[in-house]
Design a protein around this ligand. Structure first.
Ligand SMILES: C[S@@+](CC[C@H](N)C(=O)[O-])C[C@H]1O[C@@H](n2cnc3c(N)ncnc32)[C@H](O)[C@@H]1O
Length: 209
């Protein structure tokens, strides 16, 4: 399952942060948040998604023997819920998002930047409405989704956010849906960011695993 592969590729970074709360934005079934609890990497979880699928309850039931800790499901759009969750909690937090569409991924990251909260975000469906980045990527013979990730990492670095690229195998998400995932998210790239990190923390956020 793709959430397991995502969890696996950020778990070492997460461990260094010792988050108390994990916030799974655009979480859908919420498996990613549940994995953090199951592995003892967080004690509390909040999932944010306006559409709570039936699979969330199914997963919680199936994993109930090893997933413990308070879990809340906030069914408001992230634009409303996330700033409130980040502002109202004094505990150490990590925000995660697996396959948030590019514009949502950017909003998630911007809220984390505004609240100095670490994040691990895997954007999907890259778009470049003006076409400049797409043209530059083509001219440089860089794959467009990779160029968009680099552009986002450049934007964050300019705002003093220590960020690193993590990735997991797209094959994990292909079962039964090969064509769709190849179109929207052929590579699963995760931007791991620590806003306002000092030199020590920035050094700990290794370049690539
Ligand atoms: C591609 S799914 C990813 C679900 C899950 N993270 C996964 O990896 O399977 C994108 C999710 O974003 C949610 N979403 C769309 N707009 C949103 C918004 N404004 N705020 C929060 N979630 C949103 C959708 O309901 C959907 O569940």
């Amino acid at each position: 399952m793709e959430s397991c592969a995502f969890y696996d590729c950020v778990r070492k970074d997460a461990r260094k942060l010792r988050p108390e709360v994990v916030v799974d934005v655009c979480g859908g079934h919420g498996a990613l948040a549940l994995l953090f609890l199951a592995h003892g990497q967080a004690q509390q979880a909040t999932i944010i998604d306006p559409q709570r699928p039936a699979s969330h309850a199914t997963l919680r039931e199936a994993w109930s023997s090893f997933v413990t800790g308070p879990i809340s499901y906030d069914q408001r759009p992230l634009q409303q819920a996330l700033p409130e969750v980040l502002k109202g909690n004094s505990k150490r937090m990590l925000v995660v998002a697996c396959h948030a569409c590019q514009h949502l991924a950017r909003e998630i990251i911007d809220h984390c930047m505004a609240h100095n909260t670490a994040f691990a975000v895997c954007p999907c469906c890259p778009k470049d409405h003006q076409g400049h980045l797409q043209a530059a990527a083509k001219s440089l013979e860089v794959e467009f989704p990779a160029a968009m990730i680099l552009a986002e990492m450049g934007r964050l670095t300019a705002q003093h956010c220590a960020c690193a690229l993590r990735s997991f195998d797209a094959k994990e998400g292909l079962q039964g849906n090969r064509q769709k995932w190849q179109q929207v998210s052929p590579h699963n790239r995760v931007i791991f960011g620590r806003p306002g990190a000092g030199p020590q923390e920035a050094a700990e956020t290794g370049p690539i695993s």
